[in-house]
Design a protein around this ligand. Structure first.
Ligand SMILES: *Cc1c(COP(=O)(O)O)cnc(C)c1O
Length: 369
């Protein structure tokens, strides 16, 4: 049996007629960028997250870059970020000329709140929190630290659409909640898309200008903006999916629960949930000392897995100039060497999952026999 790490057409088929209706509506409308569909999606997504404003953008990376920029953070400023995040989180900082200051993760793969204060200097402006793999970060202490030190909180919610901490939605703890709607995300579009949610009207206004060449009114350019407009097609399709997001996240929780129940192999460390945190299981990530051998064995049984992420940003070639070396963030580096993301996606069948579970449980048994 072949089990892919992701099969994107299943989630299309699930609500096919609704998607087709929305797509046709856009095609026939004669209006394709920043229009009614975008506005409706922005309203719906703001409401879903419980925030006042949502600004639709081109991508999750743009959401991060523009959040940092609109807060006036740039050269000479430092932003605290977890060391084991995706490169995009860090690019959001460095694209603005600011300096990322890495903090090691906790046992839930999110920023270790106990290590933040030692990373704060008089140049620190913000804490950029990624709710990695779908699990909400430990926001109570993080919000406390940000208040005490007068720092902004920017949340990277690219993997956490709908995940809560203490009953409060991720993306609502700081000034900016940054979302990606890349097709593989829990709320994925059929192309690139992203958004920022906020309660700050002036911030939202500025972002609206920034995404459209710095203009409120056509050809009246007030600030140096970019083109990060959301198109009508993606907005309309996202609106369809958003209406089903709760059930889509529930489906992943069921799949995650079946993995946690079913996997019984002393060599595999299963993911755990922090008290008060929810996960929408964007990824189901296990750890294994012999990860590469496990990945190879699963591959031979037709099971595709992924590593999120094999090279931590501080060791990425593009950040050599930051001067970090191997050994600087040992927890992050050990995660990079041991994490493995198992297949989990909308429309995954129990039969497919049972194949993964039985192969994982069988793995490593031969040697000990
Ligand atoms: C996907 C992702 C991004 C970037 O989103 P794009 O839409 O691909 O630009 C940023 N941060 C994290 C944690 C992500 O997973």
């Amino acid at each position: 049996m072949q089990v892919k790490c992701n099969v994107l057409d299943r989630q299309f088929q699930m609500y096919q007629s609704e998607y087709e209706e929305a797509a046709l509506r856009v095609l026939r409308s004669g209006w394709y960028v920043l229009g009614n569909e975008v506005q409706q999606f922005e309203e719906a997504f703001a409401k879903y997250t419980g925030r006042q404003y949502c600004v639709g953008l081109n991508s999750g990376l743009d959401a991060l870059i523009l959040s940092v920029r609109a807060l006036g953070i740039g050269k000479g400023d430092e932003v605290i970020v977890q060391a084991n995040t995706y490169i995009a989180t860090v690019l959001g900082i460095t694209e603005n000329g600011a300096t990322p200051v890495f903090v090691e993760p906790d046992e839930y793969y999110n920023m270790d709140a106990d290590r933040i204060e030692q990373a704060i200097t008089d140049r620190t402006r913000a804490i950029m929190v990624t709710h990695l793999y779908g699990q909400a970060s430990n926001m109570t202490p993080i919000v406390g630290i940000a208040r005490r030190h007068h720092l902004e909180i920017i949340e990277d919610c690219a993997q956490s659409h709908g995940a809560c901490f203490g009953g409060k939605m991720t993306g609502t703890f700081g000034t900016a909640g940054c979302f990606s709607f890349y097709p593989t995300k829990n709320l994925g579009a059929f192309g690139d898309a992203g958004a920022i949610v906020t309660d700050d009207e002036a911030f939202a206004d500025k972002l609206r200008m920034m995404r459209n060449y710095g203009s409120r009114k056509k050809y009246h350019n007030e600030i140096e903006g970019v083109n990060s407009r959301l198109d009508e097609m993606q907005a309309a399709l996202l609106g369809v999916k958003l209406a089903h997001l709760r059930e889509l996240n529930d489906e992943r929780r069921v799949l995650a629960g079946r993995y946690s129940q079913g996997i019984r192999n002393p060599k595999i460390i299963l993911p755990e949930l922090r008290d008060g945190a929810e996960s929408i299981y964007h990824q189901y990530v296990v750890r294994c000392a012999d990860r590469d051998a496990l990945q190879k064995a699963l591959d031979q049984e037709g099971i595709q897995t992924q590593i999120h992420y094999p090279i931590p940003p501080h060791l990425a070639v593009c950040y050599r100039h930051l001067g970090h070396k191997k050994g600087d963030y040992p927890i992050t580096e050990s995660y990079a060497e041991t994490v493995l993301s198992l297949p989990i996606y909308t429309g995954m069948t129990f039969a497919e999952q049972d194949h993964v579970i039985s192969q994982i449980n069988a793995w490593g048994k031969e040697e000990s026999r």
